[in-house]
Design a protein around this ligand. Structure first.
Ligand code: C2E
Ligand code: CA
Ligand code: CA
Length: 590
């Protein structure tokens, strides 16, 4: 906004309260004048009628005695209709009882003025300023002025003062407010927040060659696309010229995770802006440079946050534009490592660098009854990478869906191979399934198709879910689980005891088995608390007719306590066997 206009608008905004106060004063004067007339002469009603505002005469008990034509017009009822109604029938907020109390107060203590809304006969609302004055001990006069226009004007002025007229986005002033709020919020909570400074590349060239109208058109469309890239509750502001600022609130409490979230939004923005713009009859391509400043409870100032984001944006420009940089160099390194890991993961999927290891599960009699399939990544440079180092990223990037499908398929082929040998024909394979996989609309079909394709026996397939899959759409999850259960597939609830563990849903889930989390098993010799939890889970499973597996059994003492003392039926852990390649697992049955 040009400076002149901006200051005019600012002036207007500061003037507004003065204008309102002035108009209130005038209203009160008119009412006072009329009331004096009411007392003095019989022509009072005509006088009030002529003002064009609404008025009522009420009993001290808040019943209508009279109402004028102006009020009838305001709400769209006839006088006769209104006289048979109660005030509360119009009121947006007050009840009849509260209105009575207010009238008593006015009779005792003098006039009151307030704003409210009344419902019209067509269901719409009219905004009113109401002045109530007692005439005698038994009557009050209510003066009602339609202030809808004034409200609209106030709203428009507010818009002008806080929003950019070209894009209708928050302007710099409102942005500053919102950043201050976000900083305050971050100082009180664990959450991170971030400011993204977005500058269009080579915008000046477009503006100079095709004119300001075309430039404006582009800015408007850029604003719309930015808004579409963020969540509700985030702010997209026009900072000035071709600069936009996005404020993201309530990001992860872990800095690297938060940075990854910001990066995801930043990339979404770059991708969105990369689509061709239509500017009247012209097709135009543009890019943007983004700088990010991440903030947390170690609060910096508003100025610092903006300066940091601005500096980072210049790094993006210097690095060849159309990119995103963080202010914090360490953050940049962490993000780059993550980015390259994600790229590597894609290659790994394509080039089949994953392998499945199998960890034996045994019953209390020490007979191996099955195995949990655990994925590993045979990385060409880093060697064998453990799942904790890449499953999280695979989940975030969505790559867990194709990866999970590969795991399922490989495990099913393993089942078919085991089925061919009498010693291994009874083995069950347990496959871990992430929430993202289960949320796929075609999850059930995918699993069934895989079973069909490989020829594996569904009754030998067990899917391990964690409670995290239940947090969203439990109904949908139950439907999917039931559909698979019908075909013989079974379910185990993994890491039990660490999540929500609500008994309410537990009894509704079609599961066959609970897995006691390793953290309790590892403490069972040392902590009474851990013993209580293991005993409670075993008891709970028994009452729900579920099997129990204790995972992470490493010592003979743990095995003894779990199986002999507390009657846990199944165990899994390094004591029985580590996760191992398929060949090594098969060798256990020689
Ligand atoms: P999880 O499902 O709880 O798997 C058990 C983990 O505990 C495995 O780690 C296993 O090697 C380890 N473990 C088993 N027994 C012992 C023991 O006695 N002591 C100790 N210290 N650890 C033991 P791993 O293979 O590193 O897997 C880690 C997690 O990665 C898994 O936890 C699972 O959440 C995830 N994961 C592994 N494979 C897959 C997969 O194919 N798909 C999905 N979605 N997640 C997987
Ligand atoms: Ca598991
Ligand atoms: Ca587990």
């Amino acid at each position: 906004m040009p400076n002149g206009l901006q200051s005019a608008v600012t002036d207007l905004a500061t003037l507004l309260p003065v204008l309102i106060a002035l108009s209130l004063f005038v209203t009160v004067c008119i009412v006072a004048f009329l009331l004096v007339r009411v007392r003095q002469s019989g022509y009072a009603e005509k006088a009030i009628e002529s003002v064009g505002s609404g008025y009522w005469v009420l009993t001290a008990n808040a019943d209508f005695i009279d109402v004028n034509a102006a009020y009838c017009r305001m709400v769209g009822y006839t006088r006769a209709q209104i006289l048979s109604m109660r005030i509360a029938d119009f009121e947006a907020v007050a009840t009849q009882d509260r209105i009575r109390k207010q009238i008593q107060r006015i009779i005792q203590k003098g006039p009151e003025q307030f704003e409210t809304r009344h419902r019209k006969s067509n269901g719409e609302w009219v905004e009113l300023e109401v002045t109530v004055t007692a005439v005698r001990k038994s009557q009050v006069i209510v003066y009602l002025r339609d202030i809808s226009e004034r409200k609209k004007a106030a709203h428009a002025i507010n818009q002008l003062a806080l929003y950019d007229p070209l894009t209708a986005l928050p302007n710099r002033r409102l942005l500053h407010d919102r950043i201050e709020q976000a900083l305050l919020q971050a100082s009180r909570s664990e959450h991170h927040g971030a400011v993204l400074f977005i500058d269009l590349d080579h915008f000046k060239k477009l503006n100079d060659t095709l004119g300001h109208a075309t430039g404006d058109n582009l800015l408007r469309q850029v604003g719309q696309r930015l808004v579409a890239c963020v969540r509700e509750g985030d702010t997209v502001a026009r900072f000035g010229g071709d600069e936009f600022v996005v404020l993201l609130a309530r990001l992860n409490s872990n800095a690297t995770e938060a940075a990854a979230e910001v990066r995801a939004v930043g990339l979404k923005i770059l991708a969105s802006l990369a689509h061709t713009f239509r500017l009247d009859n012209l097709e135009h391509n543009t890019t943007a440079s983004i700088g990010v400043s991440l903030f947390s409870s170690h609060v910096v100032s508003l100025e610092d946050v903006l300066k940091q984001a601005d500096l980072a944006m210049y790094k993006s420009k210097a690095a060849g534009r159309n990119g995103l940089h963080f202010f914090d160099p360490a953050m940049q390194v962490a993000i780059e490592a993550r980015t390259s890991l994600e790229a590597d993961l894609r290659v790994a999927l394509r080039e089949q660098q994953f392998v499945l290891h199998y960890q034996p599960q045994a019953n209390a009699g020490n007979t191996i009854t099955g195995a949990e399939a655990l994925v590993r990544w045979q990385h060409p440079v880093y060697g064998l990478v453990q799942p904790n180092d890449f499953i999280g990223l695979a989940e975030e990037s969505g790559l867990i869906v194709p990866l999970g499908q590969w795991v399922l398929e490989t495990a099913c082929r393993q089942l078919v191979q085991w089925a061919g040998r009498p010693q291994t024909a009874q083995l069950v394979v347990a496959v871990n399934v992430s929430a993202k996989q289960l949320q796929q609309p075609d999850f059930v079909e995918q699993v069934l198709a895989t079973l069909q394709r490989t020829g594996a026996d569904p009754r030998k397939l067990q899917l391990e879910l964690t409670e995290s899959v239940l947090v969203s759409s439990i109904e949908d999850t139950i439907v999917k689980m039931n559909a698979l259960k019908l075909r013989g597939v079974s379910f185990s609830l993994d890491d039990f005891g660490t999540g929500y563990s609500s008994l309410g849903y537990l009894s509704r889930l079609p599961i066959e088995q609970l897995k006691i989390d390793r953290s309790f098993v590892s403490q069972i010799e040392l902590s009474d608390n851990a013993v209580s939890i293991c005993v409670a889970v075993i008891g709970l499973a028994r009452s729900l007719r579920l099997a129990v597996v204790a995972e992470g059994v490493e010592t003979a003492a743990q095995l003894y306590l779990l199986t002999t003392v507390h009657h846990c039926e199944f165990v899994q852990g390094y004591l029985i066997g580590r996760p191992m390649p398929s060949l090594a697992f098969d060798a256990l049955f020689e």
